[in-house]
Design a protein around this ligand. Structure first.
Ligand SMILES: [Zn+2]
Ligand SMILES: [Zn+2]
Length: 374
């Protein structure tokens, strides 16, 4: 499979020649300014935050938040109107939005999916080593008789999932907002019309927690790049004429449930450690790991070689130790680590996972009972 160029444009090719009606006559797409896009999205009660100009990652944190470790949800900068910690700062406050985009008019727009009740399937078309068939669709064994020789990207795994369920391929769903990404991927936007059910985000490179290989889910704990955002790689271009997300189809909602994407409102406590030491509050263990994970996430705003691997190692090792001692759910921690690593270094997901798994198991073999957390 390596060396074969993925046919990631399959099924969407013919639409590249179609233009939205407002651009067909001039041939040049008059893109709205990011500030207008942000205001429009906020008007729909979709919280927005600025992206780094020319990039798909959030605008950089303030100096202090770059060096200190804290839970983003408790960052004091938000009250002061700063945009630290990406989607954690997202807002629908128009005055704040105006201030942000006057300060950085070139910033692209990110939408915080959870509070907007959005569920976006993010199909990755990057060339990647295709894993074993049991890792393509989590929980669905694909018999050896099924020929997978053409399979190369998330377009193929999502189409396969749809075929298994006898449902239409979401990548071809012309009833909802679909946005082509500069790298040839596709964002399929849906709105969750059942807001009491909250879906978590996941990355398609983590086969144990994904919907399908190379298909990310952007929901709670994630953001999505708004259409018309331009990065150095190109434009996020809406396809066809539909500009509204359709309700999440029932079969996809069932698949998200099946693959463990529903966030439980009352978390199930992990096994209690079989020792007499004071049991730390799970919240404290989580806070410690989250603060370490946040240092990984913040590497998104830094160049290569600025300690990303070390930070990821440290966060995963600590999480492993706490999970080994029963203070954390290891699968959940792994998911959060994978998310943060993917966010910071999206093009090395396999390497990220190798680091995470090695450090998690090294940590788990040395259970960690932090005194300070009791
Ligand atoms: Zn800050
Ligand atoms: Zn902060």
């Amino acid at each position: 499979m390596r060396g074969t160029k993925p046919d990631h444009t399959r099924g969407t090719d013919r639409r590249t020649v179609q233009r939205p009606a407002d651009t067909a006559s001039s041939g040049v797409a008059p893109q709205p300014r990011p500030a207008e896009v942000a205001r429009w999205l906020a008007g729909r009660q979709w919280p927005v935050h600025p992206l780094a100009p020319g990039r798909k990652t959030p605008a950089a944190n303030c100096e202090q938040c770059r060096v200190r470790s804290h839970e983003p949800s408790r960052c004091p900068c938000h009250e002061q109107g700063l945009w630290c910690h990406g989607f954690h700062s997202a807002t629908t406050d128009l005055a704040r939005i105006d201030a942000w985009w006057s300060r950085e008019p070139r910033a692209g727009v990110g939408v915080s999916c959870g509070p907007a009740h959005l569920v976006v399937l993010d199909i990755d078309a990057h060339a990647a080593q295709v894993p074993d068939r049991d890792r393509l669709l989590p929980g669905i064994p694909i018999p050896e008789q099924v020929n997978l020789s053409g399979l190369a990207s998330g377009f193929d795994t999502l189409a396969l999932l749809a075929a298994y369920r006898r449902e239409p391929d979401p990548a071809e769903d012309e009833t909802t907002l679909r946005v082509r990404t500069p790298s040839g991927g596709l964002h399929i936007w849906y709105v969750n019309s059942e807001p009491t059910v909250r879906y978590r985000s996941s990355t398609g490179s983590s086969p144990r927690t994904a919907l399908a290989w190379q298909v990310d889910v952007r929901a709670h704990g994630g953001y999505i790049v708004a259409p018309t955002t331009r990065t150095s790689a190109g434009l996020y271009t809406p396809l066809g004429a539909v500009r509204e997300p359709a309700p999440l189809p029932a079969w996809l909602s069932a698949e998200l449930r099946r693959t463990g994407h529903v966030i439980q409102t009352s978390p199930v406590p992990g096994p209690r450690p079989a020792r007499r030491a004071p049991v730390p509050r799970a919240g404290a263990a989580q806070a410690l790991v989250r603060s370490l994970i946040e240092t990984v996430r913040e590497c998104a705003a830094s160049a290569e070689g600025t300690g990303f691997t070390e930070k990821l190692n440290r966060a995963a090792y600590t999480a492993g130790g706490l999970a080994g001692a029963g203070h954390l759910n290891q699968a959940e921690a792994r998911q959060e680590l994978a998310e943060a690593a993917h966010y910071a270094r999206p093009h090395q997901t396999r390497r990220n996972e190798t680091i995470i798994d090695a450090a998690l198991s090294a940590g788990a073999s040395r259970p960690f009972h932090p005194k300070g957390l009791a």
